[in-house]
Ligand binder design. Structure first.
Ligand code: NI
Length: 177
């Protein structure tokens, strides 16, 4: 079942997510729901649990038709620098060139409860850093320089003002009556 993706301004996106202590059937269903939600988006390749309002340290990703999930992830090593036009499903429509480390080593727990480590760079490395930020209540805006943030917030407000209301929103339904 797909959830609605929480967007910028929702306090859940600013909260620290809790560690997952028990990977049970309930968590497995939540992971399925996270994939359903990710696949409702056109361009998303990753989704963190807080983005559907769940304050747990989980994120899913799918870069090459290969659904992946990790629990309690952290970046344990990083190096290099890479500039990438970064976007976020919770800040729809906004892309900002951001500098972050290029190579990362991520450690976390897989669905079977095993500790795993994944090395990544470029797009995957960026994805991991971005999703782990979500689990710590950090959004792209928090990673920007003050000038970038000012410009990006103004751009995002323009995008929000221009976006048509979804057809199912109460506002639109009222207007049709
Ligand atoms: Ni995001």
């Amino acid at each position: 079942m797909a959830y609605t993706i929480r967007t910028f301004g929702d306090p859940v996106l600013k909260a620290q997510a809790a560690k997952v202590t028990d990977i049970d059937g309930k968590i497995a269903r939540l992971v399925d729901d996270m994939f359903d939600t990710l696949y409702t988006s056109d361009s998303g390749i990753g989704l963190a649990a807080p983005q559907i309002g769940v304050q747990k340290q989980i994120f899913v990703w799918d870069m090459d038709d290969e659904p992946m999930v990790i629990f309690n992830p952290e970046i344990v090593e990083s190096s290099g620098e890479w500039v990438y036009d970064e976007g976020c499903l919770s800040i729809p429509g906004l892309y900002v060139e951001m500098l972050r480390p290029n190579e990362v080593l991520m450690r976390g727990v897989d669905i079977d409860g095993n500790t795993i480590e994944i090395e990544a760079s470029e797009l995957a490395g960026r994805l991991f850093q971005h999703e782990i930020d979500h689990l710590n209540g950090v959004l792209m805006f928090d990673r920007m320089t003050p000038e970038q943030r000012k410009e990006a917030l103004a751009e995002y407000r323009r995008l929000v003002d221009q976006a048509p209301a979804p057809a199912t929103s109460p506002k639109r339904r009222l207007r049709l009556k």
